[in-house]
Design a protein around this ligand. Structure first.
Ligand SMILES: Cc1ncc(COP(=O)(O)O)c(C=O)c1O
Length: 385
């Protein structure tokens, strides 16, 4: 039997388009190759320009967690006070990371499906002196987007703390700018809204973050030390750790696609299409776990309709059989729904296929839906694009 193609609709990795795959299939060259060095330099320069960063940008082999660790290691000294604003599982990831670095930690948690608010951050900053505030832009366990620009304004106004944003499930799909927004460190990785295979970590450090690094002297970490990578980011002909040549090319192609689409339009597309997929699934009884106005444009947690009798494992197995890979839920939502990404270089075909497969998976799991109901909502919206 002809196998149904697998669409990778988990919240990362996301589908990798042909032109990006082609870059990964190229014959690998020496990292000192003059053409590659020029490509690498262009990638670093584009990252700085597109995310409006007057400081530095770093690209290196690793996953998002390594970039989180790099952020903390380079701008926080032992014994400093950190406020971790956590909207769920990945927000909490900063806790262990900060504890291991000997930081004094306070956690500002949100209810599952909601976000920490600027007002809550303001009252915490009024009560204590913090040197660092961390926020997860899009929390992948809940599909919640934090109001990062508003929180930035509060952090800047009310404290001298450095502001770290985890953009792993947002960067390239939701607006983020370093200098205009007042972000000191933004970190992300390749496998989400960039639509590149996993393996690349990225980090932007604004001027204040670089100044803080200079005050810390020799930090315990080696591979993720800003000081080790900076000479390479300024001149990729130099060597520190071997750059993943093909992934850098893939990222260059991803950035080319972003520039061609235009970042503003890319962010607007994510908003429109994210809302459409949400509306389509709501039409057949699913609940979007993230409360408005905190719904992320890049991914959603869809809770199974009450009384549907849907069994989580059965549903996601059926969905995979129908050609769509989804992710299970975490924490409070475990077993109650599924997570689906709608970010990166995805087109109308992908969205129609994904929503169609959800309808079939419902039917195959014993939840009777009217075929075409969710698709109808999606199609109406896509036809206006
Ligand atoms: C918001 C967020 N932060 C951090 C991470 C960790 O990234 P990685 O799995 O690439 O280490 C993830 C992973 O999904 C994430 O969604």
């Amino acid at each position: 039997m002809l196998k149904t193609r697998k669409l990778v609709m988990i919240p990362g990795p996301t589908p990798v388009v042909r032109s990006i795959q082609d870059q990964m299939g190229r014959e690998t060259v020496a990292f000192g190759d003059a053409d590659f060095v020029a490509d690498f330099a262009e990638v670093v320069s584009d990252l700085k320009a597109l995310w409006k960063c007057g400081g530095e940008a770093f690209v290196f082999a690793g996953s998002g967690t390594l970039a989180m660790e790099m952020a903390i290691a380079n701008i926080a000294g032992k014994g400093e006070n950190v406020l971790v604003c956590s909207n769920g599982f990945f927000g909490d990831r900063f806790i262990d990371l900060c504890e291991r670095k000997g930081l004094n930690l306070d956690v500002l948690p949100a209810k599952w499906g909601e976000s920490v608010t600027p007002e809550q951050v303001e009252s915490r900053l009024a009560a204590k002196d913090y040197q660092l505030v961390t926020v997860t832009h899009v929390e992948t366990s809940t599909g919640v987007a934090a109001p990062i620009a508003e929180i930035a304004r509060i952090v800047r106004k009310k404290s001298s703390a450095l502001y770290v944003v985890d953009g792993v499930a947002a960067t390239g799909g939701v607006e983020e700018t370093i200098d205009p927004m007042g972000i000191d460190v933004l970190l992300t990785c390749s496998q989400k809204a960039f639509g590149v295979s996993p393996g690349l970590a990225m980090l932007w450090a604004g001027k204040r973050a670089m100044e803080k690094r200079a005050t810390l002297g020799r930090i315990p970490e080696s591979y993720i030390d800003f000081d080790k990578w900076l000479p390479i980011m300024h001149n990729p002909a130099k060597y520190w750790g071997t750059p993943p040549v093909n992934l850098i090319w893939a990222l260059k192609e991803s950035l080319r696609i972003m520039k061609e689409e235009g970042l503003e339009e890319r962010y607007a597309r994510h908003e429109r299409q994210g809302a459409l997929v949400d509306a389509a699934l709501e039409a057949i009884g699913f609940t979007v776990a993230a409360k408005k106005p905190f719904r992320a444009p890049t991914l959603s947690v869809y809770l199974y309709p009450e009384g549907s009798g849907i069994d989580d494992t059965t549903f996601r197995t059926m969905l995979a059989e129908e050609g769509v890979q989804s992710a299970g839920c975490l924490g409070d939502f475990q077993g109650k729904g599924f997570r689906m990404g709608h970010m990166g270089n995805i087109d109308k075909h992908t969205l129609v296929s994904a929503v169609g497969a959800v309808e079939r998976a419902c039917a195959k799991s014993g939840y009777r839906v009217q075929f075409g109901k969710a698709l109808g909502v999606l199609q109406e919206g896509l036809a206006k694009e």
